[in-house]
Design a protein around this ligand. Sequence first.
Ligand code: MRU
Length: 363
Amino acid sequence: MKVDGTPLRTIRAVAGGEAVEIIDQRLLPHRLVIERVASADEMIVAIRDMWVRGAPLIGASAAYGVALLMNADAGDAALEAGCERIRAARPTAVNLAWAVDRMLSHLRPLPAAQRRAAAWALADAIAEEDVAVNRAIGEHGLALIEAIAARRPGPVKVLTHCNAGWLATVDWGSATAPIYRAQERGIELHVWVDETRPRNQGASLTAWELGKAGVPHTLVADNAGGHLMQRGEVDLCIVGCDRVTIRGDVCNKIGTYLKALAAHDNGVPFYVAMPTSTLDPKLADGVREIPIEERSAREVTHIAGLTAAGELAEVCLVPKGTTAANPAFDVTPARLVSGLVTEHGVFPADETALRALAARSAR
Ligand code: MRU
């Protein structure tokens, strides 16, 4: 996507495989800072501390993390131990393990002397694939928006949660790809952006990227979605995902489940944009089986922003001594999901369809 006229991706290899450049997303929307990541350890910190975030981008970052590992030591022991450390950087988004496993199975059979070049080539391929996958999700999701636009005049009103935009992928975004494609087609749109407490990825990231792309949008508190749906102000919900089980249970940013419940109660279609790299065919019951990341209580008790003087600052919201819990994701049961928008088309959230999809993407 373009930022102020300049094409930008969230991650790219630089200097012929010496390092990787990423956007430090902790500083958006107030500062656009490109950081250089020069080792696997630095990439682990970038993933763990959410300089990069969003399931597909975490996958691409992990792949480059393995490539950085090979710059330092391409021996068997370093490969195995380093991959385990990268895999453990964050628990919920399955794209992390998916990318590490892909890198490992490609590199293991090779002699150490060939691993470095092979690792950079595959990491680049994974990143390029992510761009193509999300562009294809955009095409399939566009049909959903076009169908609503054809039914009546006025903007198609879309609600999204968290940031499943281009900042969460290498480019395009998953949930935003259909929005960007619809905008290119000249379809009138309006996007409700959930702020997405506690880290506010909606307020800080989705609002920023939609603004840069010129997509009309309005930020709402997380609690507003049910009210808007009751009033007929939402035609379609579309969100991203961090892990989807073979039965179609969807794990995504905390608060997604409440939006799906409200959508169900109000007859609003609730779609999930899912690259097949986010399908975890080993898991069935999402509520019981998907590991949910518990993040620092400080993300709930404090909030960061820009002061009137233009300084980045953090303030405390709660009485001294208040304890807080911070589960970062929740699971929306398949029965609440209208469909999964993938690079291969829109699939029902059920086991038969997802087994067929898994078989197709394994080919
Ligand atoms: O904790 P985050 O910011 O990594 O969580 C991101 C989300 O939950 C996204 O909605 C999801 O990864 C889909 S991104 C295309």
